[in-house]
Design a protein around this ligand. Structure first.
Ligand code: SF4
Ligand code: SF4
Length: 454
């Protein structure tokens, strides 16, 4: 069964440069006919391909921005990193006020549920002392990475809803408790990345999310910022009091944010997909011992470095630290943060926070018949011996091993390997015309337009 994917290649714009294929951490991209194509069973929506594409040929599927307007009680569920995008002179209060001006009836930051998420995880840890290390479910790209590449570790993922789902549950309960019918409530998550779009559209461990739509953070930022500019300097924003998060909640979305408040004796916080994979390789090979909790994030600097961040990840992170310092000062002065207000729903939210156990969905399944799968595995090993092992990518696959896997799964032909083609041509088993046709099948027929003068 394929995953839902938030990223899609827009073929007409793709120039077949193969940068995406070379960077993809799960070897999910191939080139066919001069265009990139994603193998859906391998893609984790990490967005590495999106970052490197020089032709803007990779798009994130979000919902129509206007969709929230059809709900009288629309709720903008913001990630705390949204506030980190704005220059220092713009206050959180102004951002909230502008969102109301744009038409949202309610605004809340999803990290309001960060402490409830923490409590739910700790309860799970106490109830499952034999499962260690526990892996945070916060980053959906990591959950998918574990599912497809480290299937033996899926039982280590804490099966608890992420803060964005818990805060959506809170918003729904709170509004319904005021007598507002469900059909008048629209829950819209402002996403900083592709993986969270997929987490909403096809949540792992749940049938369906209660969130009604997803809005691209980058495009919302542009609308808010433009509105502020149009409003001018002297515009009076309605004073707001309910926009405050605690310092712990603000920082929970950054690297080390979960780890710094967890009670595990030994825990690690690792960001960047390559670093995470390096660590999980060791964990899978039993080279790591005694770790109780792992905070793993696909993006460098966690959500501050997410795909749809407008500003530099370090600047965004520093703004969030500055906001957290102010929040800590307010807390010392006895002011209540928004997330503390949620405590009245804590028992309800924790009680409904569990999802089904995360299932493995290994990308390495070669066949549903175990006998045939073993046979294919043997063929891959034999083929690898003869392939050049230089991972040149001319076959349209990122590595010789990925190519061999595609060949045994009938997704590619051995003649796509340029070295093998030369071998066949030298032996008189393939004509130049046939060789060229194979090359065109991968790269398209317009790569070289004529003689090259040097
Ligand atoms: S989103 Fe990540 S896993 Fe998916 S194709 Fe792009 S780089 Fe590969
Ligand atoms: S990076 Fe990938 S999607 Fe973008 S132009 Fe190159 S081959 Fe096409």
């Amino acid at each position: 069964m394929a995953f839902y994917h938030a990223l899609q290649i827009e073929e007409p714009s793709c120039i077949g440069c193969s940068r995406c294929m070379k960077i993809c951490p799960t070897e999910a991209i191939r080139i066919h006919g001069g265009k990139a194509a994603i193998q859906e069973h391998r893609c984790i929506d990490c967005g590495k391909c999106y970052e490197v594409c020089p032709a803007q040929a990779i798009a994130i599927k979000d919902d129509d921005f206007e969709a929230f307007k059809k709900y009288p009680h629309s709720v903008a569920l913001l990630p705390a990193v949204f506030m980190g995008q704005f220059p220092d002179e713009i206050s959180v209060s102004q951002v909230y006020a502008t969102l109301y001006e744009l038409g949202f009836a309610h605004v809340m930051e999803v990290e309001s549920a960060a402490m409830i998420y923490k409590e739910a995880k700790e309860r799970y840890a106490r109830e499952h002392p034999d499962v260690r290390p526990l892996i945070s479910s916060f980053c959906p790209a990591i959950v998918r990475l574990v599912q497809i590449k480290y299937p033996s570790l899926t039982e280590n993922i804490v099966p608890i809803k992420a803060p964005l789902d818990l805060s959506a549950m809170y918003a729904l309960e709170e509004l319904q408790s005021r007598g507002i019918p469900r059909e008048e409530i629209g829950l819209f998550y402002v996403t900083p990345c592709a993986a969270k779009v997929s987490a909403v559209k096809a949540p792992v461990g749940e049938e369906k999310s209660i969130i009604d739509g997803v809005i691209n953070m980058n495009s919302l930022f542009n609308r808010v910022y433009k509105r502020m500019k149009d409003n001018g300097k002297n515009h009076q924003y309605k004073p707001l009091t309910r926009q405050r998060l605690s310092a712990d909640a603000i920082l929970s979305t950054l690297t080390n944010g979960e780890r710094r408040i967890c009670t595990a004796k030994r825990s690690y916080s690792i960001d960047g997909i390559e670093n995470v994979m390096d660590f999980l390789d060791k964990l899978e090979n039993d080279e790591v011992e005694g770790v109780e909790f792992l905070e793993l994030r696909a993006c460098d600097q966690s959500c501050a470095g997410a795909l749809l961040s407008v500003d530099n990840r370090f600047l965004c992170g520093e703004r969030m630290y500055a906001r957290a310092r102010k929040a800590a000062e307010r807390e010392r002065n006895g002011e209540m943060a928004r997330d503390r207000e949620m405590e009245k729903y804590q028992d309800y939210l924790i009680e409904h926070s569990t999802v089904d156990e995360v299932e493995p969905r290994s990308m390495m399944v070669l066949d549903s018949d175990i006998g045939k799968a073993l046979e294919k595995m043997e063929r891959i090993e034999k083929m690898k011996v003869h392939l050049p092992q230089i991972d040149c990518g001319v076959c349209g696959a990122p590595t010789c091993e990925a190519f061999a896997t595609d060949v045994v799964c009938d997704r590619a032909h051995l003649e796509q390997c340029v070295f093998y083609r030369l071998h066949l041509e030298a032996k008189g088993k393939m004509t130049l015309h046939e060789g060229r046709t194979n090359m065109y099948a991968v790269w398209g027929d317009d790569r070289i337009s004529g003689e090259i003068e040097v």
